[in-house]
Structures are given as structure tokens and as C-alpha cells.
Write a protein that binds this ligand. Sequence first.
Ligand SMILES: Cc1cc2nc3c(=O)[nH]c(=O)nc-3n(C[C@H](O)[C@H](O)[C@H](O)COP(=O)(O)OP(=O)(O)OC[C@H]3O[C@@H](n4cnc5c(N)ncnc54)[C@H](O)[C@@H]3O)c2cc1C
Length: 397
Amino acid sequence: MADSHSPLTSTDRPHPDRRGPARPVYVIGAGPGGLSVAAALRGRGVRAVVLERSDHVGASWRGHYDRLHLHTTRRLSALPGLAMPRSFGRWVARDNVVRYLEKYAEHHDLDVVTGVEVTRLERAPDGAGWLLRATGGRALAGRAVVVATGYNHTPHLPDWPGADSYPGELIHASSYRAPGPYAGKDVLVVGVGNTGAEIAVDLVEGGAARVRLAVRTAPHIVRRSTAGWPAQRSAILCRRLPVPVVDRLGRVLARVSVPDLSAHGLPRPATGLYSRVREGAIPVQDVGLIDAVRAGRVEPVAAVEAFEDGKVVLADGSRVGPDAVIAATGYRRALEPLLGHLGVLDARGRPRVHGARTAPEAPGLYFTGFTNPISGTLRELRLDAGRIARAVARSKA
Ligand SMILES: Cc1cc2nc3c(=O)[nH]c(=O)nc-3n(C[C@H](O)[C@H](O)[C@H](O)COP(=O)(O)OP(=O)(O)OC[C@H]3O[C@@H](n4cnc5c(N)ncnc54)[C@H](O)[C@@H]3O)c2cc1C
């Protein structure tokens, strides 16, 4: 990793007026997406500089809760050009993901500049490439730009009425690390995606006195693996099949492999598995939720509607008074300040193109990591890295 931990100085800062092929390709974000594109570009002889706002590569992974393991397999989660060590096991722990990303940047000798936040993208005045406005008054000229700032960029807390005056602890799941501070406490986890489900189980195992899980829409729950066969491989196989077919297969699989939890407050979902994926909700991988719900140690309750008189008001009209509320309510892409003015985002703030495709009004502007595929994001980041590098190299030719 060439420039890591050293901000661009006035001497090594690429001059905005530099023309043509000498301009590097800038990659914004040193997470798995940005690093893999940079490695793939380097592999094709294209100079790439990764700009990272934090002080390290893999900032998102450093911030995740302690218990987290990949729910995609080690093999299917490796980035281009470097396998994950066997010693990491099949389901890689968070700390090892971070170690791997550090090693990855070093192994490919990537040019990563930390402590630089890109604030705005503009077309270069000469029309050849892009101008990146960054912290410290920097203006960097690149022949192309790859945006890899992350699907999970900015924690999202719903605009619950009364939340501001709630006297109890209310945090977003991104601030949750470990169950220790909640031992002996009554905790309400809001949202039953993978994060909410896992934090609920973590709290139970960590000695919380009571754990409730607020559920708006019943999730699809799948076993992480069945008889050694990982759910991720089934997802990859099913990906190209028609939605109704996968919905049907999902229903059959759920009936054989996942017990009916309706009596415990978690009914089977009304909408099919792949239909939900298309709406943006990937299935919950079971890492203990099923057993915890059956044992009554995680209690599903209705969705949160508001906070009132020190209580949490649920959608069924009931009120609960937990010591702490942990909102596993997702993230926003937050791309608007960076490039909202370029007309390349859809109504939900997501890029209209991704991978090797670029928008006609923004040639040379690539995006990676802004989808939430069931086949595994890391796997898709690896595939997109190759596609983007090929497209950039071709455009150079
Ligand atoms: C809890 C959790 C568990 C997950 N588990 C899995 C899993 O098991 N398997 C799987 O395949 N996927 C998983 N994912 C999804 C995905 O693989 C990860 O979110 C992954 O980190 C995405 O990589 P990324 O590079 O796109 O984004 P990130 O890892 O978020 O990296 C983005 C980087 O960009 C930087 N940045 C942001 N804005 C700017 C800016 N303006 N200027 C400069 N730098 C900027 C950030 O600091 C960050 O370092 C998980 C996600 C979460 C949240």
C-alpha cells in the first residue's frame, strides 16, 4: 500500500491541469469494493489511486459489532487476486475480514490515500474526465472515477414521533459493539434483517434480562447451510431463474428446513423470497434466531410507531418500556451531496447504472457496491471489479 496513512500533500497532489493518460483513475472508498477495483485496474496496467476518508482501509468492517462473521463462505467472499487463508475457517470473523483487507491492499501494492473525503464530483472543465473536490480544498483531476462509498454509508433512523424526547437509550445498530453493557437489561431491537436478528441473539447470549424484536414485515429465514451446502450457493444458482420459480422453491425449502414460528409471533412471510429480494430485502440467515424465538428468549413484537411518555408505542397499540432501544433500521447510500447534481441517481438515491455500464451523461463514472444481491455482495464486488477494470482499460485504448 503505497501512500496509506499519508494525506496528499501539495507536492504529490496530482495537478488538476495534467492532461490525458497521466491522470489516474480515482477510486472513492477503500472498502472491499474500492480495493478490488483498484487491484483489478492495476492488474490491467491502469494507474489507480484510492481515496479513503478514514484512517484505514476497511473502515466499515472495523465498525461492525464484535460477534459478526461473514454469512457468505470464505471462498465465495475473496476479492480478485488473493484467497482468504484457510485458517480463517468457513465463516470468517469480522477481525479476520479487516486483516484480509489490510493484507489485500499490501499484497497488490495499492495506492491508498487515507484521510481524504471526496465531497463533490464535477466534469473536468476540458471535458476529459472528472474533477474531484475533496477535503483540505483539494481539486483532483482523474480520467475516470469509480464510486465505492458503500451501500451501507449513513445509518438511518426512522423519523419516529417523540424519539427526540425519549429518556431511555436509543441507538442505531451501527453503534452496537457487544452485549456487555446490556447484561441484566430489557432491550428492544427494532428491525429483523440480518443485523437485528443477530444482535437480538447476541444480547440473549450476553445476559440481557429481556429481548424483544420489533418486526414490521415477517422475514424469510434460511439456514446458513444445510448438510454442508451453503445457502449462498443455492442463491447463486437461483439468481437467473424467474422470480415465481424461486419464490416457489423458497417456500418448499422453508417448510422442510425452518420450523413454523407463528405461535411465537413470527409467521411465515406472505410474499415470496425472491419477490422480497427484488424489493430490497434479502433473507435472514439463521445464526441462532430460530432457537432463541422457539425458546421464548427473543420475543417478536409489533413494529415501532412512536415514542410517548417514556414508552415505545407499537403498531398493535401496545406500549413497552425497555431500558434500551437498538434500531437495526438500515442505512442510506447518501450519494446526493457527492453527485446528486449529475442526474445519475434514481428516485431512491441509487445509481442508475453499475459495474461496467456508465450513464450517457456521465462517461467514465463507474459505481460498484450499490446493490444488495442474494448471491453475496463481496462476490458481486469481485465480479464487478473485473468488469469495471476491463471497461476502463478499453476506454483508454
Ligand atoms: C453487518 C454487515 C454484514 C455483512 N456481511 C456480509 C457477508 O457476510 N457477505 C457479503 O458478501 N457481504 C456482506 N455485507 C455487505 C457488504 O459486503 C459490505 O457492506 C462491504 O463492506 C461493502 O463493501 P463496499 O466497499 O462497497 O463498502 P464499504 O465497506 O462500506 O466501504 C466504503 C468505504 O468508502 C469510504 N468512504 C465513504 N464515503 C467516502 C467519501 N466521500 N470519500 C472518501 N471515502 C469515502 C468509507 O469510509 C469506507 O471505507 C455485510 C454488510 C453489513 C453492514
